[in-house]
Design a protein around this ligand. Structure first.
Ligand SMILES: [Zn+2]
Ligand SMILES: [Zn+2]
Length: 341
């Protein structure tokens, strides 16, 4: 089978490898599309603390069920459109037992700690399969994993219908959060960014997007929340400026969900956190139940037209290196997909 191997930082080559063999409890997926995640680009460019070449990137994928060896997982047929939760965990620690396997000490994420899905076939645990609607738009189906990120982050925030939300960072995840918040009945959805192209695109998607560099920015944020600050704030930018803005935008008793991965040494306005009883919540990928919830949302199809707008480009696998170059250079690309078959 074809695999895309990161052979060195900033270098990829298409190689041949045997198709993985299945053991009991495993399933084989013939990959159709993979999504290029910001974290893939991070690893590719040598900015990730641990992931190093040679390795196969990728954790966003779906395809066709090619084979399954499981006595207890039923309801799947060869040829079904499926994906799999892209992380393995021990299965017996307190986190795994309580449905938070994303927090397992021994978690290994596809394309980070183990070879990922930039390959013609991917092997996963049969119990982590999800079935996807065969008739749905293939490009929208390919957004399952980032949608699961948004499902998890919105649920972590405790968002209730009618509440206004504030999202710092209008890239792929910021926009996914906006779409999911809309799906969950949020009131006003406000995003903020510093990149003109992203700001313009977010507005095209129908959202209010502020420019954080605007001299009246603070006054606008305050006015939009009626002077009280927002109840649910999402920090996606992973920048110190975002961290400064998040406590300013958050109201007393509010919740901030931290998604963008900060550099060490970031400062947070602890006085606001303490005296205004702000809750800070981290997130790490998603547990399987939120991945499955995302699959169900895609299968309902209610937000698929909106999600489709996030797909900027599709590259055949032969052009995978070009895709990484383009993403590095062109901020108008929200989501790029690689087509395998
Ligand atoms: Zn991702
Ligand atoms: Zn565990």
């Amino acid at each position: 089978m074809k695999i895309v191997k990161m052979t060195a930082f900033n270098e990829m080559s298409i190689q041949e490898e045997p198709i993985p063999e299945l053991k009991e409890g495993e399933a084989l997926i013939k990959v159709k599309y993979v999504g290029v995640c910001g974290s893939d680009v991070h690893i590719f460019e040598g900015k990730h603390p641990t992931a190093k070449p040679p390795m196969v990137l990728g954790h966003e994928f779906y395809g066709e069920l090619a084979d399954i060896k499981s006595t207890n997982v039923t309801g799947f047929s060869i040829g079904d459109r499926v994906s799999g939760h892209p992380l393995n965990s021990c299965g017996y620690c307190e986190h795994c037992m309580s449905g938070h396997e994303n927090l397992c000490k021994n978690v290994s994420i596809y394309g980070v700690h183990k070879d990922g899905c930039y390959a013609e076939y991917v092997k996963i645990k049969a119990e982590r399969l999800v079935k996807l609607n065969k008739e749905a738009d293939p490009e929208v189906t390919a957004l399952l994993e980032p949608l699961a990120v948004a499902v998890h982050d919105i649920r972590r925030s405790g968002l209730q219908a009618g509440e206004d939300i504030f999202i710092i960072g209008a890239g792929t995840i910021g926009l996914m959060l906006a779409v999911m918040a809309e799906y969950n009945g949020a009131g006003k959805i406000i995003l903020t960014d510093v990149d003109e192209k992203r700001i313009a695109f977010g507005r095209e998607m129908g959202y209010t997007v502020l420019n954080a560099l605007d001299p009246d920015y603070d006054a606008k944020v305050s006015a939009l929340s009626g002077g009280k600050g927002f109840k649910r704030v999402f920090e996606v930018s992973g920048t110190q400026a975002g961290w400064d803005n998040m406590t300013k935008a958050c109201g007393s008793g509010g919740t901030i969900v931290l998604i963008g991965i900060p550099n060490q040494g970031f400062k947070v306005d602890v006085v606001s956190v303490v005296l205004r009883e702000i809750e800070l919540k981290g997130v790490r990928i998603h547990p399987y139940n939120h991945f499955r919830a995302a699959a169900e949302i895609l299968n309902q199809g209610k937000i698929n037209n909106k999600l489709k707008k996030l797909v900027s480009r599709v590259y055949p696998v032969e052009n995978v290196s070009q895709a990484f170059k383009d993403i590095h250079n062109d901020k108008t690309i929200v989501k790029a997909l690689i087509q395998f078959s």
